[in-house]
Design a protein around this ligand. Structure first.
Ligand code: UTP
Length: 473
């Protein structure tokens, strides 16, 4: 339902709910005041009830590739013999304003448990900069380097849009022109009981969940962002997630390969890192026969543990959720009655709800609900000639997913510091070390100072790094 559409009446809504098998959504109608009744009618009008059985059936029946159909992918490498030529092509695209950045930040971040949007999390090891600032500074560095304004699209969710916008506002859009950042919320889908009934979060509100990072494509289109970017001549979006402070948001080599590699159609390209070991829980790029991300949980053991004759992991290209996506490709994928061709996946979760029979709020002890979502990497399956660029883990991947342990703020800070030390040493700048060779300091390099060792070589720090210090360069 669009904002301009008339809200269906109670009688029309009742009929629709009877027809679609969802009458429980009006269970508390009599007890609601006028305002809540109005809200409920609007919420119900927005639900894709007619499509819900097909969405649920699709999610339940999603076929997993069988081991016999799976082949390894051959990634491009950063030290490709023609890397300089591709880098030049990518730089030219950036300079000509053909490229925008696209951050997906609509997730719920439940594992991290931070009180605000994940992008507000203080992520860097010395200055404690929030993730949004890290990305904004990278964009400013790229804008200075190539003398261009790079539009930044940020997808939020209904739950965090207001807080995200306030944070950008409070931080004066991180020193970039306000008009160069566009925030828009992603879509929501109903959370349903295991027998397909939409749950009520409150007596006047159906339970909803964000439609997954795959919802990004649909949201770009429905928010008008796709029209806007195409009218400005933007042809390629650099897609990244909110949880990775080491992402190289604008990467000319990646862009150049995306548009000019002989086997690429410039529809969608992805970055990988080599799996640490066969047990690492990461989705991997495989051919089945089209390029697909095979999730760790879906990978048969003979695939996840396979090694070639030299002992290397056969299916080792781990997905780090960094892509370049062509804007024309997004238009093609979103020409669909449901907003996007991406398939629905389901997760069985615990979702609190109001019992329509008794009016009691239930906090389920066991998973009771189906949450539907779509995944952006499923778009690879639709792309002609997608390519994969293997990159270095420390250089580009320092994820913050969990509050503690693996992929936590602590491990991310350690990787950020490791990269900073590596850049300094590559630039010939002394870093104090412990006897075991580990750095005896914590270092953070602002993207505004350097985005690689070459910037440090050209513009070295003025003071030596002190033993045991925390140094921001
Ligand atoms: P995750 O898969 O890590 O999910 O998202 P999450 O919701 O952020 O975190 P958990 O699972 O609740 O702990 C990966 C990226 O996709 C975005 C997230 O913001 C993050 O950048 N995302 C995820 C969305 O934008 N929308 C979604 O519906 C889901």
């Amino acid at each position: 339902m669009r904002n301009t559409d008339a809200v269906p009446t109670l009688a029309e809504t009742r009929q629709r709910l009877e027809r679609t098998g969802q009458p429980q959504l009006l269970a508390f109608w009599e007890s609601l005041d006028e305002v809540r009744r109005g809200e409920l009618l609007v919420s119900i009008a927005r639900l894709p009830l007619e499509h819900l059985p097909a969405m649920l059936a699709q999610a339940a029946g999603l076929a997993k590739p069988s081991a016999a159909d799976i082949r390894p992918v051959r990634p491009y490498m950063r030290d490709h013999p023609e890397a300089d030529r591709y880098r030049g092509i990518g730089e030219d695209l950036v300079r000509r304003g053909r490229v925008a950045a696209f951050l997906v930040a609509g997730g719920q971040g439940t594992r991290l448990g931070w009180r605000g949007p994940k992008g507000t999390f203080p992520a860097t090891p010395v200055a404690g900069k929030p993730l949004f600032r890290v990305f904004a500074e990278q964009l400013m560095a790229a804008e200075r380097r190539w003398g261009v304004r790079i539009p930044w699209f940020v997808m939020t969710s209904e739950a965090n849009h207001g807080d995200t916008e306030r944070f950008f506002e409070d931080n004066r859009w991180f020193g970039r022109p306000r008009a160069d950042t566009m925030l828009f919320p992603q879509g929501m889908v109903p959370s349903v009981s295991l027998d397909g009934r939409v749950l009520l979060e409150h007596a006047w509100l159906p339970a909803l969940n964000p439609d997954g990072h795959g919802g990004a494509l649909k949201a770009l289109r429905s928010a008008g962002a796709l029209d806007h970017m195409q009218s400005c001549g933007i042809e390629h979006l650099c897609y990244f997630q909110v949880d990775n402070p080491n992402v190289r948001v604008i990467d000319p080599l990646f862009l150049g390969l995306h548009v000019a590699a002989p086997d690429s159609s410039a529809e969608m390209s992805s970055k990988s890192v080599l799996k640490r070991d066969v047990t690492e829980k990461v989705g991997v790029f495989v051919k089945a026969p089209r390029l697909t991300v095979l999730e760790y949980s879906d990978a048969p053991r003979e695939i996840s543990e396979a090694r070639d004759a030299s002992g290397a992991i056969t299916y080792g290209e781990g997905s780090i959720a960094i892509h370049v996506i062509g804007t024309e490709f997004i238009r093609k994928l979103t020409d669909h009655p449901l907003g996007s061709v991406l398939p629905w996946h389901r997760a069985i979760k615990k979702v609190p709800f109001v019992d329509p029979a008794t009016g009691t709020r239930i906090e389920p002890a066991e998973p009771n609900a189906i949450k539907l979502e779509s995944f952006v990497f499923d778009a690879l399956h639709e792309a002609e000639g997608p390519i994969v660029l293997r990159t270095d883990r420390v250089e580009e991947f320092a994820p913050i997913k969990n509050a503690t342990g693996e992929d936590s703020p602590a491990t991310s800070k350690a990787i950020q510091c490791e990269r900073a030390v590596r850049w300094l040493r590559e630039a010939g700048i002394a870093v104090p070390l412990h006897a075991n060779g580990q750095p005896d300091c914590v270092v953070e390099i602002s993207p505004l100072t350097a985005t690689g060792p070459e910037d440090l070589r050209a513009n070295p720090p003025t003071k030596p790094i002190a033993r045991g210090s925390e140094t921001l360069i």
